[in-house]
Design a protein around this ligand. Structure first.
Ligand code: GTP
Ligand code: SPV
Ligand code: MN
Length: 610
């Protein structure tokens, strides 16, 4: 049963441009959905889709008294995180994808995808989801349209982007848009017309998350989860947008953005790149433990940064919501997120309590006596396995965070004073260290390594290079990306200062040396006071370190041995890392910018001088 074009345009607003209708019709002819729905983003539409997902069993409505208008979804056990091994950059020339991405020949990939997508939506509705990344109408916003056969994806996109009629109206005015096609790959009718029942989390063992940087297209098959399926997020706002940014002179980054105001009322803006599940959401909603300072949230995962007319770098958060890690979120660690989750939330893969609410590891000190775990099985504290999946997530709109900045939708963005690079490092990397300048900062960003987390498939805890926290998200050659960063910095009369931070250093017995969370305001205060010219610093191997008297530790019971270890730099360990960095850089060949080779030499000089 092929979908005819009358079905496709049925429900399309009258001003829908022909190019969009033709594209939708073409995808419908390939995937053969039984209906096409044009999303307007209305409340009625939301309620209809929620009811549909409750009826199909994908959504469990949570107790409306405890958690109004909120739902729990449980995925298939094999569809719980991004699949980096199945994520491809299909550039015409493999060197444009570079050694850190999976490359596939675009012509061959199109053939593969044509086979997979043929009839993949049979028996399902194909939703047309127009969306804006960035406030609708902002000069820095960009538009996209996702076609998906998942109502779960539509409801998440509705919270994570500005989705619906307003975005479509901009497209109708002729603005550029990025096409993105998504199918869970679980048709309900086979090629002979035989029907099969739906399942609560349809997906496919075969998964392909593909990007075509030259044509700026996205095709995603087989997964319903997070960054694999909400194509606005990592696929568009990072992989495709990084390519657009390279061509247009701006930066698309895996960064949170926040505003921090000093007791004297001076406002600073900070952007921070930490790898997945390494603390961006938590830092974005920080409650400072030092008196008088205030933090406001601009974004928690992605920043688009443009050089402004005054020579500063301006950032917008292209998203509208948070797709945050649930485990570890508590009244003690991130009260702001917890309060934001009091209503209108989609939870994925957390545990269900007996009174119809949610629970995850770390939410309370003692777990409830009985739960239904993320796979739908009975769970007790004796079960010996996590009740919530380590990568379980919440989806909530940003305006529900009490710390949201009044300027979080400022069309021209906010001026960035400080950039932080960080990761999970049990050893070697100090709590905070200021880079010697933009080029050194780019070197620091390029050489970040971090212990792997549950946000993607792979071995949790394994140390890997994650340059700029963009290893899985850069849509082109990583060395070209570093060159681009160097170029953008050279063009800034007033560039942000770059710091490296590490909240995750451990003592020999395994305890965290630093309390983290709200206390991260302390090293950040030092960074901001460096910008303000209020404090000095001590030159060291890694960069400039705080003088002991300048780091505010008032009210903190930190053993002096721990404090010393937080800043200790072992020249032998740093020399070993320099050797590894040289080997790491060598894979980029001629593309490695000369500035980074010089920075490595300067690092070795500093090590030798100790
Ligand atoms: P993505 O959404 O995957 O990009 O991750 P993210 O960088 O936003 O990570 P998030 O803030 O959600 O933190 C992930 C985990 O790190 C959670 O379990 C947090 O509780 C934990 N975490 C965050 N900040 C700190 C910190 O300062 N110290 C320690 N020890 N853990 C932290
Ligand atoms: C990440 O993994 O960095 C995330 C979650 O923010 S996802 O949307 O799945 O990419
Ligand atoms: Mn992320």
């Amino acid at each position: 049963m092929a979908t005819d074009s009358a079905v496709v345009i049925d429900g399309a607003p009258t001003n829908t441009p022909q190019a969009l209708v033709d594209w939708v019709a073409g995808v419908a002819a390939l995937t053969q959905p039984s209906a096409v729905h044009w999303c307007d983003g209305s409340v009625d539409e939301r309620i209809t889709l929620e009811s549909l997902l409750v009826a199909s069993g994908t959504f469990i409505r949570l107790n409306p008294v405890l958690r109004p208008d909120s739902f729990l979804a449980r995925s298939e056990p094999g569809d719980v995180a991004r699949v980096e091994a199945s994520t491809y950059i299909c550039s015409a020339d493999p060197t444009d994808a570079g050694p850190t991405n999976n490359w596939a020949d675009p012509t061959q990939m199109r053939t593969t995808l044509a086979g997979l997508f043929a009839g993949s939506m049979r028996g399902r509705t194909m939703y047309v989801v127009p969306f804006s990344m960035g406030p609708v109408g902002s000069p820095l916003a960009r538009l996209g349209v996702e076609l998906t056969d998942s109502a779960y994806v539509v409801l998440n996109m509705r919270m994570m982007t500005r989705m619906g009629a307003d975005a479509l109206a901009r497209i109708a005015e002729g603005e550029y848009w990025v096409p993105a096609v998504h199918s869970v790959g679980y048709p309900l009718i086979d090629g002979y017309g035989n029907r099969r029942p739906d399942v609560t989390w349809p997906c496919n063992d075969t998964k392909y998350i593909t990007h075509f940087p030259e044509t700026r297209e996205i095709w995603s098959f087989g997964s319903g989860y997070g960054g694999n399926a909400l194509l606005s997020k990592k696929c568009f706002a990072l992989r495709i947008a990084s390519v657009i940014g390279r061509d247009e002179g701006w930066l698309a980054e895996h960064m949170l953005v926040l505003r921090m105001t000093s007791p004297a009322g001076r406002e600073y803006h900070l952007a921070a790149a930490f790898p997945s599940a390494c603390g961006k959401t938590n830092l974005a909603m920080l409650r400072p433990t030092i008196p008088g300072w205030k933090v406001e949230t601009v974004g928690d995962d992605i920043a688009w940064m443009h050089p402004g007319p005054d020579g500063r770098l301006y950032a917008i958060n292209p998203e509208r919501g948070f797709f945050g890690v649930a485990p570890g979120t508590s009244e003690g660690t991130n009260p702001v997120a917890l309060h934001a989750l009091s209503h209108d939330v989609i939870f994925t893969n957390v545990a269900l309590t007996d009174d119809g609410d949610v629970w995850w590891e770390g939410l309370t000190k003692t777990p409830p006596a009985h739960l239904i775990d993320w796979q739908g099985h009975d769970w007790t504290p004796e079960s010996g396995r996590p009740a919530a999946h380590p990568n379980s997530r919440f989806t909530v709109t940003a305006d529900q965070a009490e710390t949201i900045s009044p300027d979080w939708e400022a069309p021209d963005g906010v001026p960035i004073d400080v950039i932080l690079f960080g990761g999970r490092r049990a050893s070697n990397v100090p709590l905070i260290s200021e880079s010697y300048g933009w080029e050194h900062g780019v070197f620091v960003g390029a050489t970040v390594s971090s212990e792997q987390t549950a946000a993607a498939e792979g071995t949790v805890g394994a140390l890997r290079r994650d340059p700029f926290a963009m290893l899985p998200f850069c849509g082109y050659n990583m060395a070209d990306y570093w060159t681009h960063w160097l170029k953008v910095g050279k063009g800034l009369a007033n560039p942000p200062r770059i710091f490296q931070v590490n909240w995750f250093r451990k003592a020999a017995d395994g305890h965290w040396l630093w309390p983290g969370f709200g206390d991260n305001s302390r090293p950040i205060e030092w960074a901001l006071r460096r910008v303000g010219g209020e404090v000095g610093a001590v030159a060291a191997i890694s960069g400039r370190l705080p003088r002991p008297e300048d780091l505010n530790l008032d009210g903190l019971r930190l053993p002096s041995a721990d404090l010393a270890e937080l800043f200790s730099l072992d020249p032998h360990a740093w020399a070993d890392e320099a050797t590894l960095t040289e080997a790491y850089f060598s894979q980029f060949g001629d593309k490695l910018p000369a500035e980074l080779t010089s920075q490595l030499a300067e690092l070795r000089d500093r090590i030798a001088r100790v």
